[in-house]
Write a protein that binds this ligand. Sequence first.
Ligand code: V47
Ligand code: SF4
Length: 380
Amino acid sequence: MEKIASMLLKGQGPELERIAEKVNSGLRISDEDALFLFEHAGLSECGILANHVREQKNGNFTFFNRNFHIEPTNVCVFTCNFCSYSREYKHREDGWELTAKEMLDKVKAYDGQPITEVHIVGGVHPKMDIVFFAHLLKSIKEHRPDLHIKAFTAVELDYMFRKAHYSALEGMRYLKEHGLDSIPGGGAEIFAAEIREKICADKCDADRWLEIHEAAHVEGLRSNATLLYGHIESPAHRVDHMRRLRELQDKTGGFQTFIPLKFRNKDNDMSSIGETTLIDDLKMFAIGRIYLDNFDHVKAYWPMIGRSTAQLTQAFGVDDLDGTIDDSTRIYTMAGSEEQTPALSTQELIDLIRGAGRVPVERDTLYNRLHVYEEAVTTQ
Ligand code: V47
Ligand code: SF4
């Protein structure tokens, strides 16, 4: 059993056998190995290796949580070319701006429901500053102290901190004191400067994104990491991005989950670029799982790739399907996701996981196991 991945890859060529041996022995693969997998390995070979790593780390479990999203605004000072969702401040009448009360009312709408997390992410509004968000965090905590608040991408935090003249550590400490519990993974896109300057030239660079996540980790907050793939980047850019994540994770251990995000091309300035195929998507998840040996989890964010693909990713390294997100998430629906009203009931998520022969586990944001739905039905 132990050597199954390398046995299955016998006769597939010396490079692949060498990589399979490493993966079987729990050794880290190199950047060159990852590049080889992107450029020369087939989907099934990547899947075998990724599944091996996934099962070593998480057995047959697939995690999900009960959460909802709040998007405070889609007004944004930045102009990322892939974004279908943002509106410039001068056109803010075409977008939305929620007041703190409206956001608290959204939280109150879940009173009595067994939700464990609120995920708050939006555009970067010039008038919503760190004090505004600190009050929001505090009022949510006062209303519902047990609700985990995962909020603000490093891009939003960078802007808030700079405006308040706070260092990353000072800003993080301030928001933590007001109730921030963890940081989502957005805003990372592709770290390489030559790609960043073409797709999101005006927002924070890779070093700053990493600095903010490091500050969160130093303050004891966990965070996630994303990678936006399938536009103008090359496999080498994807590997470079994952290398920087792996290096920071070696240093802090603060990342929980790696989330590859598939570029969707509807109604944005990059609409002429075609979208990736299912094979590309599955390979991205698989190679992410194999390469990021120091990340415990790989998540498929189903509102973006659709529930069928999300189900399939569980055979390609994924052990987390995020949550029962309500239909408030517009960043992907506006970019053309097939999930136009993204909401899944807990039972639907459980069925999706069991349909892939996995055992559903409800988790909280920090991956504490709240409920294991033991009796899995294998349909494969
Ligand atoms: O940073 C924007 C991406 C991200 C498009 O941490 C697009 O648990 C594809 O990071 N096509 C924000 N992607 C969302 C995000 C996230 C989502 C779910 C869970 C977590 C988590 C984090 O959405 C942005 C950007 O990379 N994005 N536009 C688009 N057209
Ligand atoms: Fe603003 Fe985020 Fe859209 Fe970029 S991706 S324009 S930072 S909302």
